[in-house]
Design a protein around this ligand. Structure first.
Ligand code: NAD
Ligand code: IPM
Ligand code: MN
Length: 359
């Protein structure tokens, strides 16, 4: 039996509601495929910050380092400024562990109503490869002449050759396993240094993949195209901020924030990778037990895939698709009135039923 040590950070808000459903489903898959998990929970969160003054202990990353993977809900909650909570926990994990790829599939599932008219499953199936360590999210900058008429703030963007090359290479390798098509999100008409550099790197890396079709769009029209012609996209490679924005747009066109999984990957496997949905802590619905756990469960399938448990990963994914297609149960965000737990239990028991059949 294979066994994995997983660090669990539920975090804040609906993280406490969706992570247990993810674990429920992964446990069911574990029984089916002879995988055991040892889950170690860390209470790192805004609540911890309010009690102790920090989101995680000073040696937090050292504590996480020995784990095979990190399974995370969401970070951030009213009461702690978002830049304090996120830069105190999630962003240090992504950076410290060189999780430079944030992989975010957007797939329109059978049984889900997209807000886009006349789009059918199969027509929306793209994957965002978001640069996750640099770009617009930088710590370079500062404020001067605070609280005076001369007050000024600077935030620098950082684009490195290595940083662009590695994320773009990942995108091309991924495209080879999909539809051989990579689209780059740019804004080199308005941002005169970093974005022409991004384009230059993209052209350079694309030369190594002559079999992969490429195109690029400025982020403004690309946002429109994702709404009007989403079928044009296969793999999208984007800088940190552009990839962030496109991910929520991706979730919207496939029907709900609650259906968008993600993986923060260190492809070289020098460090643990971190699996968490695209969505946040959803304070507006937190505590009500109605969050859709599918994005969290699906992120768990991405974790299985990264751990090398391909069959288990596929089974979890396929079971999610089957339960969603059946139309019952479904949470309010996708038009039903089931609760978080009913959704998680339906997927888990479907997997357990499979296990019984094959024994
Ligand atoms: P959000 O994703 O938390 O919520 C946006 C909207 O989507 C809300 O109406 C919410 O109810 C809905 N939603 C999100 N997940 C859902 C689910 N699983 N099921 C049903 N509905 C769902 O975004 P926000 O409101 O901008 O952010 C709230 C907090 O979360 C902030 O502190 C933000 O910084 C943080 N955040 C964290 C992460 C992360 O940890 N990766 C990601 C995004 C936002
Ligand atoms: C995400 C979130 C984070 C990001 C925030 C909370 C810092 O929006 O994971 O998409 O921008 O990376
Ligand atoms: Mn985001």
């Amino acid at each position: 039996m294979k066994s994995y040590k997983i660090a669990v950070i539920e975090g804040d808000g609906i993280g406490h509601e969706v992570v247990p459903e993810g674990i429920r489903v992964l446990e069911a898959a574990g029984r089916r495929f002879d995988i055991s998990f040892s889950w170690q929970h860390f209470d790192w969160s805004c609540q911890r910050y309010l009690k102790t003054g920090s989101m995680m202990p000073e040696d937090g990353l050292e504590q996480l380092r020995p784990f095979d993977a990190i399974y995370l809900g969401a970070i951030g909650y009213p009461g702690v400024a978002d830049h304090v909570s996120l830069w105190g926990l999630l962003i240090p994990i992504r950076r410290g562990f060189r999780q430079y790829v944030n992989l975010r599939p957007a797939v329109l599932l059978e049984g889900i109503k997209t807000p886009l008219a006349n789009r059918k499953p199969g027509e929306i199936d793209f994957c965002i490869v978001r640069e996750n360590n640099e770009g617009e999210y930088s710590e370079v900058g500062g404020r001067m002449y605070k609280n005076t008429e001369m007050e000024m703030v600077i935030q620098e963007n950082i684009f490195t050759r290595q940083g662009c090359n590695r994320v773009m290479t990942y995108a091309f390798e991924l495209a080879r396993k999909r539809k051989n098509h990579v689209t780059s999100a740019t804004k080199s008409n308005g941002i005169v240094f970093t974005m022409p550099y991004w384009d230059e790197r993209f052209a350079d890396i694309s030369r190594k993949y002559p079999q992969v079709k490429t195109d690029q769009y400025h982020i403004d029209i690309m946002s429109a195209l994702l709404v009007t012609q989403p079928q044009r996209f296969d793999v999208i490679v984007a800088s940190n901020l552009f990839g962030d924005i496109l991910s929520d747009l991706g979730a919207a066109v496939v029907g709900s924030m609650g259906l968008a999984p993600a993986a923060n990957l260190n492809p070289e496997r020098e460090y643990p990778s971190c699996f968490e949905p695209v969505h946040g802590s959803a304070p507006d619905i937190a505590g009500k037990g109605i969050a859709n756990p599918v994005a969290q469960i699906w992120s768990g399938a991405m974790m299985l895939d990264h751990l090398g448990e391909k069959e288990a990963a596929q089974t979890v994914e396929q079971t999610i698709f089957k339960v969603i297609a059946s139309g019952d149960p479904r949470t309010p965000d996708i038009g039903g009135n089931a609760n978080t737990r009913e959704m998680g239990e339906a997927i888990a028991s479907e997997i357990s039923a499979l296990a019984a059949k094959t024994r």
